[in-house]
Design a protein around this ligand. Sequence first.
Ligand SMILES: *[C@@H]1O[C@H](CO)[C@@H](O)[C@H](O)[C@H]1NC(C)=O
Ligand SMILES: *[C@@H]1O[C@H](CO)[C@@H](O)[C@H](O)[C@H]1NC(C)=O
Ligand SMILES: *[C@@H]1O[C@H](CO)[C@@H](O)[C@H](O)[C@H]1NC(C)=O
Ligand SMILES: *[C@@H]1O[C@H](CO)[C@@H](O)[C@H](O)[C@H]1NC(C)=O
Length: 393
Amino acid sequence: MKTGKGCHLKMGEVQIFSGHRQRSPLRRPIWILVLICLVTVFLFWAYTYHPRSSSGCYIFSAKGCKGISVWLPPAPVREYTDEEVASRIVIQDILYTPSIERKNPKIAFMFLSPGSLPFEMLWDKFFQGHEGRFSVYVHASKDKPVHVSRYFVNREIRSDQVVWGKISMVDAERRLLANALKDPDNMRFVLLSDSCVPLRSFNYIYDYLMHTNVSFVDCFYDPGPHGNGRYSERMLPEVEKKDFRKGAQWFSLKRQHALIVLTDSLYYTKFRDYCKPGLDGRNCIADEHYLPTFFNLIDPNGIANWSITHVDWSERKWHPKSYRAQDVTYQLLKNISSIDRSLHVTSDGKHKEMEDPCLWNGVKRPCYLFARKFFPETLDKLLRLFPNYTLSH
Ligand SMILES: *[C@@H]1O[C@H](CO)[C@@H](O)[C@H](O)[C@H]1NC(C)=O
Ligand SMILES: *[C@@H]1O[C@H](CO)[C@@H](O)[C@H](O)[C@H]1NC(C)=O
Ligand SMILES: *[C@@H]1O[C@H](CO)[C@@H](O)[C@H](O)[C@H]1NC(C)=O
Ligand SMILES: *[C@@H]1O[C@H](CO)[C@@H](O)[C@H](O)[C@H]1NC(C)=O
């Protein structure tokens, strides 16, 4: 109430002065001061109470209310819990501490797979000649993989079972990040599945990821049953429904973001306990909501909001389109790699399509560096086509 106090003092001073002098010419300034005071108090009141209830707006029209909020600084948010205050300060510190410049910055390619990787030979071609600029990590959750490429031999990390939709998927992602962070030269962390293939040459992907400061985390607001319909109020107060987001799990993180994912236990615990299939009649899929919501809360401008891994949902089925050998043509790969707008479709009755240009450092560029889902039978065709479709870019 600093403003109010200051006002009363000023009025008092003016009154003392005015007592010694003629009264009538000074009347007007006093009333102006009183008026200014009242307006200031009102603005202060409107500003303080605006976020919690909109009752302040009824004094003026709704339009007038908007007017006020435009030229006032952002209203204070709710009071954070102790855990949030602690968590946010650690996160802020990591975000604003620049990574140490590395002489040989590398990209960590982290593969989530049940067992052997059907496209190892294709990745082998992709990596060839770029030794020292990448590292490979494999989380095989079921069977010990058989390797055909030297880049994959002895690159398995200790793994555990992964159940689709459960937090164990997020645990596997964190396990990969932890292992990849051990190498201080790893500056970007790309999560890939066994059905993913590269769409571009190594150099193209390396430059695309290294020369931007954003992480590629898919993130959008879906008011429908497969979006915010999966939200549970048990996540309150830290995760509010309005902050809940959705996105595909296939990310590329910069080093600071990879670190804050590992430091996070507050939000992680919320999703572990209250975002799972079958809880309170909701089918919440932790890996589709945890990271999009987390980054939306702590660094919304630090993520691109789209995934660099393409998948085709246009058939609107429970699973995305999976490509068979006959589907794989030069034209298909060219089509996917020339897409420069990201598409999100809400799951409510409206099926609202939201299309955004893929802006890379402010410039419109192709969105995708990888694609899924390819059946293992497509390997021969992809191997044959690979030099062609990646040659020009
Ligand atoms: C990324 O951030 C660093 C440090 O803030 C800055 O020096 C660099 O120019 C940025 N790079 C790009 C591509 O924006
Ligand atoms: C991602 O979306 C959020 C809003 O949800 C926005 O604030 C942010 O600027 C977007 N990121 C980029 C890089 O445009
Ligand atoms: C490639 O895109 C063109 C134009 O959108 C379309 O007509 C064609 O069917 C697509 N081809 C493949 C193989 O996806
Ligand atoms: C791929 O390249 C080879 C040789 O460079 C060429 O013979 C072949 O026609 C190309 N294939 C396509 C689909 O462009």
